[in-house]
Ligand binder design. Structure first.
Ligand code: S3P
Length: 168
């Protein structure tokens, strides 16, 4: 297993913001799989979903993970909320490093994302219902991919960062 720290969890669970803090505190660089894909593809995640569909985006996520597994060392890696859902990504995540699941409640996620327009999967009539349904389907998968589960709802960034650092 490599020496990276991987952050997984639903959209809005704080992976990117916490990754930036951890990166600063641990003096490690950070990679965000969505940003990695956007830079390579020269378009946003929303544009990729609109032009090529979700399945094409999922393939790009696996490509990204394969490349990171071959190259990344001592990095903080924040992965898109749907990446752990693909079975073939599970062994890659394990190989990549220690996996932390940032577990947030549907209420916390909805509050954080209710005005967001950058998540194509939540641009629906009933985003609250969509969050609940996806979370129900994904939570067990996040849990089974994780080495450590960190509850994030109701905690400050400092508390969460401290919890993660204690586990490293
Ligand atoms: C997705 C999560 C997003 C992004 C895409 C799909 C998902 O990343 O990869 O919109 O399926 O949960 P964040 O979790 O960083 O928002």
């Amino acid at each position: 297993m490599k020496d990276n720290i991987i952050l997984i969890g639903f959209m809005g669970s704080g992976k990117t913001s916490l990754g930036i803090r951890l990166s600063y505190q641990l003096k490690r660089t950070m990679i965000d799989t969505d940003k990695w894909i956007e830079q390579r593809q020269k378009r946003t995640v929303s544009e990729i979903f609109a032009a090529c569909g979700e399945e094409a985006f999922r393939k790009l996520e696996t490509m990204c993970l394969e490349e990171l597994t071959a190259t990344a060392q001592r990095q903080i890696i924040s992965v898109g909320g749907g990446l752990p859902i693909r079975k073939e990504n599970h062994s890659l995540l394990k190989e990549l490093g220690k996996v932390f699941y940032l577990k947030a409640s549907p209420e916390t996620i909805y509050e954080r994302l209710k005005n967001d327009t950058t998540r194509p999967l939540l641009q629906v009539e009933d985003p609250k219902g969509r969050i609940r349904a996806l979370l129900e389907q994904r939570s067990p998968i996040y849990g089974s991919c994780a080495d450590v589960t960190v509850e994030v709802s109701g905690k400050s960034f400092e508390e969460i960062v401290e919890e993660i650092v204690r586990e490293i």
